[in-house]
Design a protein around this ligand. Sequence first.
Ligand SMILES: [Zn+2]
Length: 472
Amino acid sequence: MDASSGPRRLWKTRCPERQARATDLLRTSGARSRAFRPQGGSGSAGVHVNGGMPRSRCTAALVANVQSLENSRGVRKHPGVDTADRLADWIALVDARYPERDAAAWDHVGLQVGDPRDAVTAVLVCLDVTEATLEEAGRLGADLILAHHPLLFRPLPSLTPSTAAGRLALRAARSGIAILAAHTNLDAAVPGTSDPVAAILSLTGVRALAPQSGPRPGRVKLVTFIPHDDTARVLGAMAEVGAGVIGEYDHCSFRVAGTGTFRPSAAAAPAVGERQRLNEVAEDRLEIVVTRDRLGAVVTALTGEHPYEEVAWDAYPLVDPPPPPEARDKGLGLVGMLPAPLTLRQVAATLAGRLPAPGLRVAGNLAATVRCVAVCGGAGDSLIPNALAAQADVYVTGDLRHHPALDARTMGLALIDAGHYATEAAALPAFRAALAATAGERGLRAQLLASEVSTDPWTTYPGEGESAGETS
Ligand SMILES: [Zn+2]
């Protein structure tokens, strides 16, 4: 935790209407009902109030629904807080910085509890939603908890205190505290959850341990020749199926006017010109970039929309420049090189001195030389094969289980288990700072508070000054 950026009590009086409304949060429908997003597994009896909507559309749909709900039902204004941020603003902000589409398919991120129309005056950033963090949010007057770990993750048969998630979600709703989660979308970001651990070791040349993007399809420059009056229509048809996309821009093309010539045979059926005579037609030379995987569809669109019987087109392969060294794919975990070789003992000592962990578990020869380090904040069992494939000397993560650890040792990979909490809590200050910067750009005014509650469920026994066997 970043003690220097701890919470400040800036807002003491809760909005009375918001508190009164808290009790009806569970009876809402439409955009509200999507707030509860339990995981749907096969055969699950869980509640599927999300209606199967693809996650990438959820946030946009929620925000769009705010306006339609306001129009249809009338907005209940909060006296005195008409100019406050709305929860919808914060959903959009988090999605802009950490897009929900970047989250793993099995994950449940975004709004979990709350009404996008509600006012937000203070946001508490934390790793987990627990009784303690809810208590902290209430004490600090935070009406939004922005947590790394989703509270609602597994299917909930009911929203009652009979389960831990149900108990906490119910308490949050009753207290008028919304919950928003940024989980694997934060893990995969650049920078993301694993960066602070990599920074502690000063890793260089870091890249994603499990990159999100596969190999990029190559590109071609498609060049075609179109009668001037038809150019816009043909361009539109090609762009409709994916031609001309460069970054965040589509319909990217270039054209110059010129003259086309052709002589149709006696059997031809020319759209313009005469058979068996040399014709000259005013045409545009249109250039447009196309990825190889879209080329077939684009050529089909071109020939389908072009007026000519025979359409002239050429596709030139393009050479992509190598990415700049600082460019990095999004993805889970990181792998990089130490500036100079260290022993495993030195790596462990460096991490133990900088992470909020009561101790580390180390598997491997402490005198072994380490050059390449793989890192994954949180529970990293599943990326052991990636660490092996990256030829890492040691893999730093948390929550490692017995058998995967034995398998890793068999394959020659050393392990450092620094704990789930410690390897992720280190990322919270940067997470909060990134959101604060984006909030400032968007003119949002809610206070961003850093939780001071440790949600690490573990303590080490015997602790400092204790010895095993003491009973008092
Ligand atoms: Zn985690």
